[in-house]
Design a protein around this ligand. Structure first.
Ligand code: SF4
Ligand code: SF4
Length: 211
């Protein structure tokens, strides 16, 4: 029937309008900004950098590998690598970004930087109230503005963050096991060398070496 869709649409609108007086679920709008719809887990806006612990400099996960900078389609990430290194979460010395800026006036929220980062160092934020009257400087976010703690990530993306945390905890355990195995191998090597030296001394009729 001609116009059937319009009639159905008007009926649905009327049903929601009248129903909203008795059923809160039929209210499709809220009194923003006093009221807000909770954002879904997968909501995303612009990227931010993650750090562990309380110190954004010491705990920053980014190792300045430049992968995200190269893969970003509109090329709105600007990184300068440090000249020195700092230990990462498993104690391995790594470079860090002396400069890490994102021009969010250009960023298209594609999340490619997140997908390609091998270090779980960059994630998508949900913050959307970002209006500014500074078209250029105000939208070029620096490392300081981009850095947020892991607790923040756990709050805005709890499921994703739990997966990342579990994987990183596994990596820490693997690194500890590797370090313990290396220490045991070194100790065995030293003991073997000492034993060989003792055998040589005994063969030569000398006083056995100590240690
Ligand atoms: S979300 Fe996309 S456009 Fe924005 S910084 Fe990341 S890769 Fe670039
Ligand atoms: S955010 Fe990730 S991909 Fe980008 S430079 Fe840092 S470690 Fe590399």
């Amino acid at each position: 029937m001609l116009g059937e869709g319009i009639v159905k649409g008007l009926f649905e609108t009327a049903r929601n309008f009248l129903g909203s007086y008795v059923d809160k679920d039929r209210l499709v709008t809220v009194q923003y900004p006093e009221e807000r719809h909770p954002l879904p887990e997968a909501a995303r806006n612009f990227p931010f950098l993650l750090y562990d612990g309380d110190d954004p400099e010491a705990g920053l996960r980014c190792v300045s590998c430049h992968i995200c900078e190269k893969e970003c389609p509109p090329r709105c990430i600007y990184i300068e690598k440090s000249t020195d290194k700092k230990p990462d979460f498993v104690g391995k010395p790594q470079f860090y970004p002396a400069r890490f800026d994102i021009d969010v006036s250009v960023c298209m929220s594609c999340q490619i930087c997140v997908e390609v980062c091998p270090f779980d160092a960059i994630r998508m934020d949900k913050e959307f109230e970002l209006s500014t009257d500074d078209r250029f400087g105000g939208l070029m976010w620096t490392k300081k503005e981009l850095s947020k703690p892991n607790e923040y990530y756990q709050k805005i993306h709890p499921v994703e963050a739990a997966e990342t945390d579990a994987r990183r905890a596994e990596d820490v355990e693997k690194a500890k096991a590797k370090a313990a195995a290396a220490a045991a191998a070194k100790a065995a090597e030293v003991a073997k060398a000492a034993e060989a030296a003792r055998a040589d001394d005994e063969g030569a009729g000398k006083e056995p070496s100590k240690g």
